[in-house]
Write a new protein. Structure first.
Length: 108
């Protein structure tokens, strides 16, 4: 139960654990902090193929950890970035509170 071990973890590590991010998703998150990058930019940075990065981005979008914005420069493309850390902290706290309530019900 790695997620309950808090020793030597910062807020970011806890958020990664709460949302069960794998190592690639963690690397992508780090690359996106304070950056707006395309799928190809990310694929180059994390040294993975474009489709693998795209799948990871979709999973992170589904968890509301990142944002996607459409851009136009002769063609339409998307850039990705993380949501602000304070918002991530709030989402993680809500998730933990909901989880706690459900576990309490199951154990009652």
């Amino acid at each position: 139960m790695e997620f309950v071990q808090l020793e030597n973890k910062d807020k970011e590590d806890i958020i990664f654990d709460v949302f069960d991010l794998n190592s690639l998703q963690r690397d992508i998150f780090q690359e996106l902090k304070n950056n707006q990058l395309t799928v190809q930019d990310l694929a180059d940075e994390v040294d993975r193929n474009r489709s693998t990065v795209q799948r990871s981005l979709q999973k992170m979008l589904d968890k509301d950890l990142i944002m996607r914005e459409g851009k136009t420069d002769k063609t339409v493309y998307y850039v990705y970035t993380t949501i602000p850390m304070k918002d991530l902290e709030n989402v993680a706290q809500e998730f933990i509170d909901t989880w706690y309530e459900e576990v309490s019900k199951q154990l009652s």
